[in-house]
Design a protein around this ligand. Structure first.
Ligand code: COA
Length: 260
């Protein structure tokens, strides 16, 4: 697929996906969502990619939301389809990816931008970042998972305050809320993402994929996270990474995982 709205680059096990519409503060239109889906799919299938880092182009925005100009005259039915398709193609897709995804929030992460960051497995932010779900100020509600993932991350009361006031919180507040794990100066953001990625990469990628599945299972309606954990724990014993990890420990050497 030829990308018009994103940039991709893979180096040393890290696939960097950059949303590239800086003149629109990287707002997510339907084409960008399709391109992101493709880029995440490609990176997830690439055996050499161990971690994906998602960032917005420029110094101002990660993503300033879904592209308002695109849905401003949608009907009820088209609105529902927009949310349904977007959740499936991008937000749930990223959340359930077996490759770890780090959102490097380099500026505004609003509406669909914050929802996208929340679908990633880890969030870090630059100190100029501003986050919020301003949808009710437009007469709509978050439609890309924000009403579900925000309360999971920050608690119901804080989430409802953010949603109902349509306000923005700064990076430090986001860290205090548990919405982002770390806050650094903008120039230190990608180096920090790479540092975390490198720590992740030392470990078994098959075990990490199972851990993501087990953690996510606890948040899925009708699923029992503990049961998923037991199953995935058992399955780990059948992998060559398990054999290598335990053998390396007993032989007092560093494990060389093949991700199998
Ligand atoms: N959808 C479409 N276009 C958007 C956008 C969005 N969500 N967010 C920003 N843009 C566009 C602006 O329309 C403007 O385009 P233009 O130069 O062609 O007019 C450009 O990006 C720059 O934005 P601008 O508003 O001029 O920047 P600012 O620094 O004055 O304000 C924000 C920054 C983030 C506060 C402001 O852009 C904003 O409120 N954006 C919408 C946020 C939102 O409600 N998101 C949720 C959508 S559901």
């Amino acid at each position: 697929m030829n990308y018009q709205n994103i940039l991709t680059n893979t180096q040393d096990g890290i696939a960097r996906i950059t949303i590239n519409r800086p003149s629109k503060l990287n707002a997510l239109n339907i084409d960008t969502i399709a391109e992101l889906h493709d880029a995440f799919k490609v990176a997830n299938m690439d055996r050499n990619t161990k971690v994906i880092v998602l960032v917005g182009r420029g110094e101002k925005a990660f993503v300033a939301g879904a592209d308002i100009s695109e849905f401003a005259n949608f009907s009820e039915e088209k609105g529902q389809q927009l949310a349904e398709k977007g959740q499936k193609l991008l937000f749930d897709f990223v959340d359930n990816l077996s490759t770890p995804v780090i959102a490097a929030i380099n500026g505004f992460a609003l509406g669909g931008g914050l929802e996208l960051a929340m679908a990633c497995h880890i969030r870090i932010a630059s100190d100029n970042a501003k986050m919020g779900l301003p949808e009710v100020s437009l007469g709509v509600i978050p439609g890309y998972g924000g009403t579900q993932r925000l309360p999971q991350l920050v608690g119901k009361g804080r989430a409802l305050e953010m949603i109902m006031t349509a306000g923005m919180i700064d990076a430090e507040t986001a860290k205090n809320y548990g919405l982002v794990n770390h806050v650094v100066a903008q120039e230190a953001l990608i180096p920090l993402a790479e540092k975390i990625a490198n720590k992740i990469m030392r470990n078994s990628s098959v075990a990490i994929a199972k851990a993501i599945k087990a953690v996510n299972s606890g948040f899925e309606a009708g699923k029992n996270g503990y049961k998923t954990e037991v199953k995935q724990f058992g399955k780990s014993f059948g992998t060559s990474d398990f054999k290598e990890g335990t053998t390396a420990f007993l032989e007092k050497r560093t494990a060389q995982f093949l991700g199998e």
